[in-house]
Write a protein that binds this ligand. Structure first.
Ligand code: FE
Length: 152
């Protein structure tokens, strides 16, 4: 009996989390505004092929927002050339907008990076980044929207 109560509570919590993740936008709104690659990455936890995205080789000054909900995620002053083929950041000024979750998919132990506001999958974070943090946020271009600082 106690086991069933626990199971039901876990399921209820999962449903609640899912509902909160999509609170800002309906699924049809998200589908109509994103490209197939943006949908694959942000909604299905997909990964774009390295060196194919829009931003892996971009080093202009500006801010990277969530492509789904526009939350601020990263800034160009913490972006660096990691040569991995994906946009890489050693830190974020907007940690309140980012959450990290354990990810055991594909026979790997990784830490997934997610937009805290809308639940969009962004990428993963690894411990092989440069100082001063030693971490590397490895983020799919398809989950980001770059806005240069001179743009109003
Ligand atoms: Fe978002």
């Amino acid at each position: 009996m106690r086991l069933w109560i626990t199971v039901i509570m876990v399921i209820a919590t999962a449903i609640n989390v899912k509902a909160q993740e999509s609170k800002t936008m309906s699924e049809s709104e998200i589908r109509s505004k994103l490209t197939p690659m943006q949908l694959f990455v942000t909604q299905e936890k997909g990964t774009e092929r390295p060196f194919t995205g829009e931003y892996w080789n971009l080093f202009e000054r500006g801010k990277y927002h969530c492509v789904v909900c526009d939350a601020e995620l990263f800034e160009s002053d913490t972006k660096y050339d990691s040569s991995c083929g994906w946009p890489s950041f050693f830190d974020s000024k907007f940690k309140d907008n980012i959450s990290e979750k354990p990810d055991y998919s594909h026979n790997m132990i990784r830490t997934e990076v997610v937009c805290k506001n809308c639940g969009a999958h962004l990428g993963h974070v690894f411990n092989d980044g440069p100082q001063p943090t030693g971490i590397r946020y490895c983020i799919n271009s398809a989950s980001l929207k770059f806005k240069p600082f001179n743009e109003k």
